[in-house]
Design a protein around this ligand. Structure first.
Ligand code: FES
Ligand code: FES
Length: 153
């Protein structure tokens, strides 16, 4: 067993987990933060993306124990009360989701990609989203949503 202590969405949390426990399992099963999804077992889909110390990571590829001491943000932690994060609002404005399964990971990846590529053009957005799969939208409106934030202000 491993004892992990970390910050999740601004709150200090601790848990006793098996050594093999993944960060996504800690979030979903122990902390009941089920907005972070599991869509594959091959590290391909990106439905599990969260931010760890300010960088996007696939939480299915990180052991909970590796996240000890880290500052983790999940999709539940980005809105400001009832006010959606601008990226969430842009997905809504541009119909960037259908079933919504991929959406938490898409939004978290999109926020990180614009941090690294402010004002990103369409080609950059499409390249950066290679690690996030969507089976519904054809990506077009997702890219539009991210462009909306990229070109705002
Ligand atoms: S669950 Fe598919 S990449 Fe993590
Ligand atoms: S909206 Fe359904 S998988 Fe992307």
């Amino acid at each position: 067993m491993a004892s992990v202590s970390l910050t999740v969405n601004g709150e200090a949390v601790s848990a006793e987990v098996e050594d093999r426990t993944l960060l996504v399992q800690l979030l979903r099963d122990h902390l009941r933060l089920t907005g972070t999804h599991v869509g594959c077992d091959t590290s391909q889909c990106g439905a599990c993306v969260v931010h760890m110390d300010g960088r996007s990571v696939k939480s299915c590829t990180v052991l909970a124990a590796q996240a000890s001491g880290a500052d983790v943000t999940t999709i539940e932690g980005i809105a400001d009360g009832d006010t959606l994060h601008p990226m969430q609002q842009a997905f809504m404005d541009n119909h960037g989701l259908q079933c919504g399964f991929c959406t938490p990971g898409m939004v978290m990846s999109a926020i990180d990609l614009l941090k690294r590529h402010p004002g990103a053009d369409e080609a950059t957005i499409r390249r950066e989203l290679e690690g996030n799969l969507c089976r519904c939208t054809g990506y077009h409106n997702i890219v539009k949503a991210i462009r909306q934030v990229a070109t705002a202000g």
